[in-house]
Ligand binder design. Structure first.
Ligand code: GUE
Length: 291
């Protein structure tokens, strides 16, 4: 038996098309396109690729893309001043400051400076708090994309046993909050968890976001489990996830590949969040369930 391969790339394309249609309607009503500003500090080659792909997806979805590439020596004050200008710019609905930032810049200070209403990454503590307390806010793009894939595959998530591997503010913690909101029974595990396989053995849903290449073995999984692999690890063997795909595909019921799984969903959710921000900022109603 072999698992169904969840086609995140195809799902993301459909989502980007829906967002593109919504953006076109927005432009007709508001007299301007939704705008996303992406800020990149320094020259990290992997980051440059993401920023370019985000720019392409933005334009492809009838949105305005504002790219700010700053030198690695940019001071924290200069970066904060740019964030202030973007916060005040009415053409900018969403702001993304690409992480990681150079080590002389304090990330949390910068992320907290972004207006929560333009925080399409969902990294501002106000949006993390909204998610944790069940209020409306921006949800981080990667876990939101994972949830969309899970709902598409499983439908009703209530009562499912979900194990999240990883506890980052960007993926693990918000993923656990989203699954809890769907009434899953959620276990958060991480790189220091003892006997991880004991937790995975009963998991209907596994979300792997621990950043360790091919850590999760197929033999640890419950037969038929749905496995979402968030890992993007560049190794000598190429791009691999946090799940050992070859062994997992024999046991899981469904699994996301790397590449072509969660990654494209992250970008699609970013432009989705930007469309939501634009409507909110312009005071135009949007049926959020439509996207
Ligand atoms: N403020 C901020 N927000 C982010 O969302 C953010 C960030 N910083 N810093 C970097 C990470 C990484 N990230 C990815 C997005 C898409 C793919 C993606 O589309 N990956 C393709 C493969 C691309 C390739 O081949 O390298 C795939 O999985 O199919 C990967 C990684 C967003 N990030």
């Amino acid at each position: 038996m072999s698992a169904e391969i969840i086609d995140g790339k195809a799902f993301a394309k459909q989502l980007r098309e829906r967002v593109g249609a919504i953006s076109a309607d927005f432009a007709a009503a508001a007299g301007r396109k939704p705008g996303l500003a992406v800020v990149l500090v320094g020259e990290d080659p992997a980051s440059s690729v993401y920023v370019r792909n985000k720019g392409k997806a933005t334009i492809g979805a009838n949105m305005e893309s504002f790219e700010h590439r700053l030198p690695a020596e940019t001071s924290q004050e200069e970066l904060l001043a740019l964030v202030d200008r973007l916060n005040a710019d009415p053409a900018v609905d969403g702001i993304l400051v690409q992480l990681p930032l150079p080590s002389h810049i304090h990330e949390q200070t910068v992320l907290t400076r972004i207006s929560p209403d333009k925080d399409v990454d969902g990294f501002h503590p106000v949006n993390a708090g909204r998610l944790a307390t069940g209020l409306d806010g921006f949800v981080p793009c990667t876990p939101l994309g994972c949830l969309m894939l899970l709902k598409d595959r499983i439908g009703h998530l209530a009562g499912e046993q979900a194990v999240v591997v990883g506890r980052s503010n960007i993926v693990g913690k918000p993923m656990a909050q989203l699954l809890l909101r769907e009434s899953c029974t959620v276990t958060i595990t991480h790189s220091r968890t003892r006997d991880l396989f004991e937790h995975l053995r009963t998991a209907d849903i596994v979300v792997a976001a621990v950043g360790i290449p091919r850590m999760i073995q197929g033999e640890w999984l419950k037969p038929g489990a749905t496995v979402i692999d968030v890992g993007i690890n560049r190794t000598e063997a190429g791009l691999v996830g946090d799940v050992d795909f070859d062994s997992a595909v024999k046991v899981a019921g469904a699994i996301t590949p790397v590449p072509g799984g969660v990654g494209p969903m992250t970008i699609a959710c970013l432009i989705r969040n930007t469309a939501v921000a634009a409507h909110r900022n312009a005071g135009i109603a949007l049926d959020r369930d439509a996207i």
